[in-house]
Design a protein around this ligand. Structure first.
Ligand code: FUC
Length: 817
């Protein structure tokens, strides 16, 4: 079995005339889809490092794949303890006596202004707070499928448990007692169901017991229906903590076997050659403040279950493929790797032992790249909640960090890749979630700060928690709402969707800006506006105006201003301008030549802390760039070098993005290696530790940034190509301005690019190639090409939907890729 795809897509040809003028055409066709596959040769013993994830946004399932006990661990995003109705009591993180809190906060601001800095503990003693009823993401159930009689382990051969990212399906294949068994698992978005399909190559060999298991922190009622029209296992209950209702439904079908039940109330299959089941899950959660309850779980489930009677399995499978591939197939990446056929855990061991050659590492990088896209498609679909700290996969009742939404890097990183890898619509769950946070966030702004607008502090659950926790080194992140607004505006930049800007993004951004217009602190000694108290995430002391705080607020107000201009909200523009004129930008160079993390030059150049928050301006923001602000970019590099290449999973992933933005492809590539070697579990999940999905998403975003950037109003082709990636192709990426970009390169140089803008207007493209080696085709008039120290800038007047092709005229006949 081939574990990595071999590239046969995107054939492009360059036709060259023999002398002088070169005529070039590039055609990119996505034809034969290669396999994107990885596998284990054993069943999983450990969920975290060995299970294989499948999902449809709402349901996340992990395939363990035992021969004699096939366990599928299932979560449904809305099954959470805590929140309204929690036996522990729940107050959204807000103190009962709000005015007393505001007095304390005002006093603290003055103390901090006078002292300059305070320890997190000293601040937390004043304004942090114990919280209750926060809750945790729950496992929904285990689906357990076992042969009625154990298969003989000695007769077992050719076991393989694989994940096919091309099909969003896991498979288990093995031989036992002379029979070949084949299982397939996928979670269908169109059908809103987990589907498990079993087959044996000899007739009537499947004799199975099927059951569900749930955790003990809930009530559990189970009912079986086995009759001529329907074979179902129905289970319902409530969480003990908050009485949240849940309901699950297993519907079983077999072409030729008999289905019945046994005295233990389990489903039985006898003498079947083919069996398949659908598993549906629902709760009575609704994303509506303040109660977060909606339609009963049972009623919701009944609406979801599309069919109880045997359906054409292949139709369900085809619908799933059509839906999934419509997203996944948009981007292809070819780094001209050398696929090797090893179980993934062994492959990673070889990587860690430096036993893979560069081409093999490139294959692994391609796989890891697409995994990020796969994981986002399977954990973030419209109609459910956004990808949380573990995406959609959970095996706990007390998940690490409750598997919640942390807004000081984690949830943001989850979504960096969405627009740029052509998955715009996967932002929807995040934006719906943020929209629903606005109301509780307004309560928090009012109660804790006595101000307009909305905010939240560090973390939230699915119950509108926007208040305070007690953790001194993390609890204070009032810029959280402002940061997430960046995603709203970027989505507009990538899609140019005015309706979205007007109806979704702008109201949320305006309200977040209003919060800051009310809350920026006037430092009378400098006559400037700063955040107070301000905290550079999880590092150092509390101060006034730490770099990240200022950069985030600067970006929020600037983006809101751009949006206000677009929507002609003149009055608000003047309010924003007044603040922007006095706002400290948080961009200062310190005595070590570093970008200062704080307002005073406090940086410890020995610190290897995982957060490098002050580089926010470099990434994900666009305030620093080697092109527009070279001195600040240099300072960012000094800071980044001081922090080193270590860190937790997400920290390394962020560093890939930073180095890409500094146009240092070799260093970015090194960081990919660091992440794969030291922060990746055997099943390729990112490891904080523990498993945290943000690093998977962040790495895919970072690899994209190496190939294409567009944050400074130029579509920058191959800004950070490492020397180990001499030849390759990528197709279907998105640049800001709603432009689809395909790029191929050879000998470390751009060979050809095709840009398809979805609007009519100016397209600005940057390439390292000299203008003498470029041929531009397409556009309404001849391209204007200028040269600077970073290469060439190509300005083309483009027609919506019509491709612009840029070819390297030095490259002749490179279609042997
Ligand atoms: C932030 C990070 C931690 C961890 C947690 C979930 O607080 O600083 O490293 O990722 O979120």
């Amino acid at each position: 079995m081939v574990s990595f795809r071999k590239l046969s897509f995107n054939k492009f040809q360059i036709l060259t005339a023999s002398v002088g003028l070169l005529l070039a055409t590039a055609t990119f066709q996505s034809q034969a889809q290669p396999t994107h596959n990885y596998y284990f040769d054993q069943a999983a013993q450990d969920w975290e490092s060995q299970s294989l994830p499948i999902g449809n946004g709402a349901i996340g399932a992990s395939v363990m794949g035992g021969v004699n006990q096939d366990r599928i661990i299932i979560s449904e995003k809305t099954l959470w303890t805590g929140g309204p109705g929690s036996v522990q009591g729940y107050d959204y993180g807000l103190p009962a006596n709000a005015s007393e809190y505001q007095t304390k906060l005002a006093k603290l601001q003055n103390t901090l202004a006078a002292k300059g800095r305070m320890t997190p503990k000293a601040v937390a003693d004043e304004i942090a707070r114990d919280y209750t009823g926060y809750g945790s993401f729950q496992k929904f159930a285990d689906l357990v499928i076992s042969p009625q009689n154990d298969l003989e382990e000695e007769s077992l051969s050719q076991y393989q448990r694989s994940l096919n990212m091309q099909q969003a399906a896991a498979q288990v294949n093995f031989n036992a007692q002379g029979i070949h068994y084949k299982r397939r698992y996928f979670v269908s978005y169109p059908d809103q169901a987990l589907v498990v399909h079993y087959q044996s190559d000899k007739k009537h060999q499947l004799n199975l017991v099927i059951d569900v298991e749930v955790d003990e922190n809930r009530s559990f009622n189970k009912k079986l229906i086995t009759n001529s029209t329907r074979n179902s296992l129905i289970f319902t209950g409530e969480l003990n903590d908050n009485a949240l209702e849940y309901a699950g439904n297993v519907n079983l079908y077999s072409t030729d076997g008999e289905i019945s039940k046994n005295q233990n109330n389990q489903l039985l299959v006898n003498n079947a050659s083919e069996v398949w089941l659908t598993f549906y899950a629902a709760t009575n959660y609704a994303p509506v403040y303040p109660n977060y309850r909606g339609e009963s779980a049972t009623a919701k489930l009944q609406r979801q279950v599309k069919h109880y009677q045997a359906q054409d399995y292949s139709k369900v499978w085809q619908n799933h493929l059509t839906d999934y591939q419509g997203l996944f197939n948009r981007v292809e990446l070819d780094l001209t790797g050398e696929p090797i056929d090893f179980p993934i855990n062994q492959l990673l061991t070889k990587l860690r032992n430096n036993e893979l050659n560069q081409a093999q590492i490139r294959s692994l990088t391609e796989l890891y790249y697409q995994l990020g896209r796969y994981l986002l498609i399977t954990s973030s679909r419209s109609g459910s909640l956004p990808a949380n700290l573990q995406g959609a996969w959970n095996n706990h009742i007390h998940a690490p960090w409750n598997s919640d939404y942390h807004f000081n890097i984690n949830v943001q990183m989850n979504y960096w890749l969405a627009n740029q890898t052509n998955l715009d619509e996967l932002n929807k769950p995040l934006f719906d979630f943020v929209q629903n946070l606005q109301q509780p966030g307004e309560q928090t702004a009012k109660a804790l700060f006595g101000s307009k607008g909305w905010t939240l502090l560090l973390n939230t659950n699915i119950w509108g928690f926007t208040g305070l926790i007690e953790w001194p080194t993390a609890f204070w992140q009032p810029e959280a709402a402002a940061w997430i607004c960046q995603h709203l505006y970027e989505h507009y930049q990538f899609t140019l969707d005015n309706h979205f800007l007007q109806n979704t993004a702008y109201p949320i951004m305006k309200s977040a800006s209003q919060f800051w217009l009310d809350n920026l602190y006037k430092d009378t000694s400098t006559n400037s506006l700063v955040v107070n108290p301000s905290y550079s995430p999880e590092h150092g002391d509390f101060t006034l105006g730490a770099a990240m705080s200022q950069q985030i607020i600067y970006e929020l107000l600037s983006n809101t201003k751009l949006a206000a201009r677009e929507l002609a909200d003149q009055e608000f523009i003047s309010q924003l301008d007044q603040a922007l004129n006095k706002l400290e930008p948080g961009l200062k160079i310190g005595k070590h030549g570093q970008l200062m993390e704080w307002r005073s030059d406090l940086d410890d150049m020995q610190s290897k802390h995982r957060h490098v928050s002050h580089l926010y301006a470099l990434h994900p923001s666009n305030q620093i760039s080697p092109i527009t602000t070279p001195a600040l970019a240099k300072a960012a590099e000094v800071s980044l070098n001081a922090r080193g290449d270590g860190g937790t999973g997400w920290s390394k992933a962020w560093k890939i993005n930073f180095w890409a933005r500094l146009f240092n492809g070799d260093r970015a590539e090194k960081l990919i290696g660091e992440q794969l070697k030291h922060s990746t579990l055997d099943n390729l999940w990112d490891n904080h530790p523990p498993f945290q999905i943000d690093g998977n998403f962040g790495a895919t975003a970072g690899i994209t940034e190496m190939l294409l950037q567009s944050q400074v109003n130029q579509i920058h082709l191959l800004p950070a190509l490492p020397k180990n990636w001499q030849q390759g192709q990528v197709s279907g990426l998105k640049a800001r301005g709603n432009v689809v970009v395909d790029i191929s390169w050879n000998k470390g140089q751009l060979a050809s690019a095709k840009l398809t803008p979805k609007y009519t207007g100016l397209v600005i493209v940057r390439s390292k190639l000299s203008k003498h080696n470029l041929a531009v085709m397409g556009g309404n008039s001849p391209a204007k090409i200028t040269q600077d120290q970073f290469g060439t800038l190509i300005k083309v007047s483009a027609q919506a939907g019509q491709a612009i092709t840029i070819n390297n005229t030095n490259m002749v006949h490179i279609n042997q890729l």
